[in-house]
Write a protein that binds this ligand. Structure first.
Ligand code: GLA
Length: 408
């Protein structure tokens, strides 16, 4: 569907499916992270921006307790549940995955959000019908699941006038759904960017306090380009959870060595210099490298935002490159296809910086490319990549978009 036609077409499809007009139309974007990767569960900083692609929904309140979910993307039948069903009432014994229920079912994301709202005391007075449509390429690491969660939260708030739920709460409740209900231990970055994005701005977020500032994306004669490697980030969630526990282990060792948890509340609270002095306490070389990435990536992110503010795009690009190297070698969340795109990208004149973006193990790179080099960048990379891996890379020149909002 063409972007400008999506709301009208979705409305029509809702009418065809459910036999009546929706109460409203809604949108929540995906995100791209410019720098600050795997820092958001380490109390560090991130610097993402919302995209103009994302997930749309048409929804209508019902008079009974039924909830019906459907998606234009997944042409399967409608999934129907009741607000009183057991699966919406986890009793604390574990995530759906741990309980062996409904694994890999996309409706777990919206169900998880209903569950998270209920847990926060936001009970729904009745059920609803909803139809989704997403235009984020699947498995690309551009946060289609976070946009689905934030969007569902927005729909619940708007349909049922749950006015205590602030925009930022949509992010927190979306993350809660994903952590506890779906069983993916992600940080807050993706949901935060989706809920709080602003046109032409990136968000400098301290994930420890949730304090944030919008930074204008003034790139003068350059653009942000996302390159989709088409390598889907399968198995990413278990490897992701492993990285997270390795960081927790590192923190625990450092806290013990420093004589108390309050001395080092998170890896993000350490400067690279402080880490250097205490890193000897970590014996396992893998755990040490993971911690080093978390500490140094946080420092790079803070410095990158400073350099962007100062109009020093060159330093910003160098920090993006350093971020990739650290993710490739120390954090080990890249893959050969992405490393190839990054290495070849760096050889092209006019490429200011390029790195993997998002959780990793496939997905996309993000690059800052001079406007006059955009064509060469796409042509050279796509032909080399096709020759080497037989895959057709896709390129998106992106603008930062607005956070989740009601369309009508
Ligand atoms: C995924 C997670 C985020 C973040 C990134 C890595 O996108 O959902 O919380 O940890 O990976 O920076």
């Amino acid at each position: 569907m063409e972007r400008k036609d999506i709301p009208e077409e979705l409305k029509q499809k809702f009418i065809d499916l459910y036999g009546c007009a929706p109460d409203g139309l809604f949108f929540a974007p995906g995100r791209v992270n410019l720098i600050g990767e795997h820092t958001d569960y380490n109390g560090g900083h991130v610097f993402p921006c919302a995209l103009t692609i994302g997930t749309y929904a048409a929804a209508k309140k019902r008079d009974d307790r039924k909830v019906r979910f459907a998606s234009v993307n997944i042409r399967s039948s409608v999934t129907e549940i009741s607000l009183d069903d057991g699966e919406l009432h986890l009793d604390g014994s574990g995530s759906l995955k741990e309980l062996g229920l409904g694994a890999n079912d996309w409706t777990n994301y919206p169900k998880g959000v209903i569950w998270a709202f209920a847990e926060a005391g936001e009970l729904l007075p009745s059920g609803f019908d909803i139809l989704y449509f997403g235009n984020i390429p699947a498995g690309s690491g551009l946060s289609s699941s976070a946009s689905l969660e934030v969007l569902t939260g927005l729909v619940l708030r708007e349909l049922f006038a749950l006015n205590d739920v602030k925009q930022q709460d949509l992010a927190v409740l979306g993350q809660r759904a994903e952590n506890v209900y779906v069983g993916m231990n992600c940080g807050i970055m993706d949901q935060f960017a989706s809920a709080m994005g602003r046109e032409e701005h990136a968000i400098f977020l301290d994930t420890n306090t949730l304090e944030f500032a919008y930074a204008p994306l003034v790139l003068s004669d350059a653009k942000i380009v996302i390159t989709n490697s088409k390598v889907k980030h399968q198995l990413a969630s278990s490897a992701y959870n492993t990285r997270r526990s390795e960081c927790e282990k590192a923190l625990w060792i450092l806290q013990k060595a420093a004589g108390g948890a309050e001395k080092i509340p998170s890896l993000g609270s350490l400067t690279p210099h402080e880490f250097e002095e205490i890193r000897g306490a970590i014996e396992d070389p893998v755990v040490k490298r993971r911690a080093m990435h978390a500490v140094c990536e946080n420092a790079r992110t803070i410095q990158a935002v400073e350099s962007l503010k100062a109009g020093d795009l060159r330093t910003f690009g160098e920090l993006m490159n350093a971020s990739h190297d650290s993710l490739q070698y120390d954090y080990e969340v890249s893959c050969p296809e992405i490393d190839y795109l990054v290495a070849e990208g760096r050889r092209i004149d006019g490429v200011i910086g390029t790195r993997i973006t998002g959780g990793g193990f496939g997905g996309c790179t993000v690059s800052i490319v001079k406007t006059d080099a955009l064509e060469t960048f796409q042509q050279v990379l796509s032909s080399k990549y096709m020759e080497k891996y037989g895959l057709a890379a896709e390129f998106y020149v992106v603008e930062a978009g607005a956070g989740a909002h009601r369309l009508s």
